[in-house]
Design a protein around this ligand. Sequence first.
Ligand code: PEP
Ligand code: MG
Length: 579
Amino acid sequence: MRFEVPGIAASLGIAVGTAHVIARVGGVTRRRVSDRDAEVERLRSAIDASRAEIESAKESLAGAGETGLVLDAQLLMHRDELLVDGAAQRIRSEGMGAEWAIEATVADLKAPLEASSSRYFRERAQDIEHVGQHILRHLRGKHDRLALPESSVVLVASDLSPADAVRLLGDHRVLGLVTEVGSSTSHTALLARALEVPAVVGAGPLVDRVVASVDVIVDGLRGRVVLDPRDEERDYAEKRGRRFRRFSSELRSKADEPATTLDGAEVTLMANIELPVEAIAARAHGARGIGLYRTEFLFLERDAPPEENEQVGVYRSVLEACADRPVVIRTFDLGGDKLPRSMQHSAGPNPALGLRAVRLMMREPEVMRSQVRAALRAAAHGPVELMFPMVEGPSTFRTLRGLVAAWQAELDAEGVEHGEVRLGAMVEVPSAALLAKELATEADFLSVGTNDLVQYTLAVDRSNADVAALGDPLHPAVVRLLAHIVQCADKVGTPVVMCGDMAADPIALPVVLGLGYRRLSVPTVSLPFAQELVRRVDASQLTALATEVLDLESAVASRAHVRAQLEDTLGSLWSEQGV
Ligand code: PEP
Ligand code: MG
């Protein structure tokens, strides 16, 4: 019987096909063993086999770039003392069977993460679960869970581990993916995007409702899943899917051409990444560099901060993927709702206004030092820039610059090879926006983070779905701040980038261009659309449009005005994007 559920559009495109359910590894038998040493040995062999399988998934990706880095975190967890030794200990001291020991250890490790209010930590709980499932599968010696039928299918799963995702999504028989859990930044979503498989994640309880060989529509443009669609609905979805594939391959073929407006204004479009692997796809989509590398990923799966040397390696891998194009490393934006266990600070009663980003880093100078030193060392191998999140004004920026200079002098004294980095301030707090002139005088560049600027200007918690709709960057108060920032930066002659999601919002982008922003950094999936939008508009017309929007009194009015003014020019592009 037909039913439709909403989910999160995680990877663009539309797929129609027969559902194929990937079942979870079921509950384990709780048995006691007499030969405890032999059971520990059995556990260790299963862990080795599981690791070998992930290693081989990683190798299979070698030609497709460095998507394998996602798997590194999973490999690391196979060596995690808490997990591996914890399970072995249970076998030795309590005589538990290996399956039971793994299940119990995973449950213990997951519990505190699952209870966290932070999505970041809840996702880490999911990662531990994936590794546990992998090991369990090898303990049982069954691999057919992932076997695919001969014909093409749409996968429906509770979730996929990164290794399973690589193995399955890389198979030509897999047309699309639906998962019950996950977010647009979960590993499964990132891999689906990297492997260009249309996907909807976070669709809620679904697996049990899917009957064998029912048809499914995965609408990765609108974030919708339809099971057992009507015939005409299925035909229409297939048509839209074909049209989208044709359209995006046309856009892709122009990826390396400049993004220039009809009247000759050049726009530099860069990409935002969270995982190093995404740099490959960014380059392939014509990104002129990485305008925002969110480095919090480095804290994934671990309690201790990443070592300096490890960071140098990761930053160099991103530089290599970008082939001489600049990479803007944003220093750790931790705290708020993303507080690693190694940092013993309270999130405070109002985390978004507490010890977050540079405020936290100044309390943890060793963590910031290792990151800055690693960035300076990586800069010996390519153009690295460093930017600081949540700077509230110029004096904080001066302090940060002083710290960087001291760490640079340290590297000099140690004779360690390093390069120069330009230092930028993110403008994502209203005070920084109001002091943009002073900040632009201190910093080598400004980068506007509209996600937080909207949150702090409009008092709208960006992670609270109840108020999400109120956080519209086209609110005139935000637009006026944005106008002020770009005017100040231009006056001082300091480059300004916009890296917040507003630059990827198809209705807001014309206003951003109209305000005078010429450097933008957007998620990779949005790059081809942003490039195309730039090529279809007239910059002088957008200047007039932005001036009109500045005089409106609500975001709703701004959106309506942009739509009405640009329907003829951009209507077809908007509809391809599912707007
Ligand atoms: C922003 O706030 O707009 C931004 C780019 O940073 P993040 O989304 O990582 O907070
Ligand atoms: Mg931010």
